[in-house]
Design a protein around this ligand. Sequence first.
Ligand code: 3BY
Ligand code: FES
Ligand code: FE
Length: 411
Amino acid sequence: MEFRSQVMRQLKNRREGFSLEQPFYTDPAYFKLDMEMLWYRDWLFVGHDCELPKNGSYFTLQIGDYPVVVVRGRDGQIRALHNTCRHRGSRVCTKEHGSAVRLVCPYHQWTYELDGSLLVGRQMGSEFDKSQYGMKRVHCESVGGYIFICLANEAPDFAPVRAQIEPYLAPHRLSEAKVAHQSTIIEKGNWKLVWENNRECYHCAANHPELCRTYPEAPTATGVQGAADDPVIADHWKRCETAGLPSTFQMHESGQFRVARMPLIEEAESYTMSGKPAVSRPLSDDVTLSHIGTMLLFHYPTTWNHVLGDHAISFRVLPLGPEETAVTTKWLVHKDAVEGVDYNLEELTHVWNMTNDQDRQIVEENAFGIRSPAYEPGPYSDLHEGGVMQFVEWYSNFMVNRLMGEQGQLS
Ligand code: 3BY
Ligand code: FES
Ligand code: FE
């Protein structure tokens, strides 16, 4: 308890506009608190509907201590289950993804329906009540082709997330896309450093030569302030909204998620070296306008996204330890787009493969320096790092509120 009060004090008294104190980025006890207060309690983006193309398709993932399986049932519904057998706890699904008629535990073959209910517990006797031993459910919602789960017993209301992001995603028909490529990189840094780096483009000019050919360095594009005052952005919104594409900057009052459609540089249409589309088949038949730029969506703590005219890129952040974070990137294209005909995989993935690796190096160097006893919180740039301040502000408020809630319950 003492420890929790200490963290709460540190967050409440933190120097505003400055980076966090060292233990928030390095200390295993602080990491555990992040997991318990935030990762195990809030909505997390896990993957896409189109990764579960048929009934029985599933994928698995690990969130801290929790193994989870996400599966499309016989009824076509997507559900998430705790991937731990109700017999003696073995992991039931062991592969990263696959497809199954039923979920069979490899240990003693207890067999579950795709909705988690127990069908057969072999030779457990006549008194055995199967209905008590279904795999436990995890809250699961799907919106605009994105699957979110929540590990808490009681999940926060998902309706505000849906209301804000659904209209922005709908025209792009991502539930009908396919994943053309995916990559997972491990960054040796705390998950918050991955986010802080993502929330600014102050580092872009010096570090991302490929991305800077098409993505604007201006803080109005990446940050959370001033977009509406930028005449290029205002024109872009007008043009896109007139064509039926929701575009203006919208951020939830909590600061946890935001959508906005941003123009790319000059004539660029996609994240390629030439700026030309990487995929000749547009992502969605519902979008006929060209030069729609990038629809930016973030939802803390798991995902940021770019939805373009020819493809979409999703990013999923998962913490592996106090100083280790996995970032999974997926490139989505129209389901009928054919590799080698409609797109070249190297051309499609080059810019973000380079950018991701550059960001990995940045985050790792950042983590390295923060480990120094000489590190002290430093000032963010008002001009360029408004997005980082917003992230840190959201994190602090979120943690303080949760910690206060806990104390309230105990007293
Ligand atoms: O992926 C992003 O959204 C951010 C924006 C600017 C830098 N970074 C690549
Ligand atoms: Fe799953 Fe025994 S642990 S069947
Ligand atoms: Fe970057």
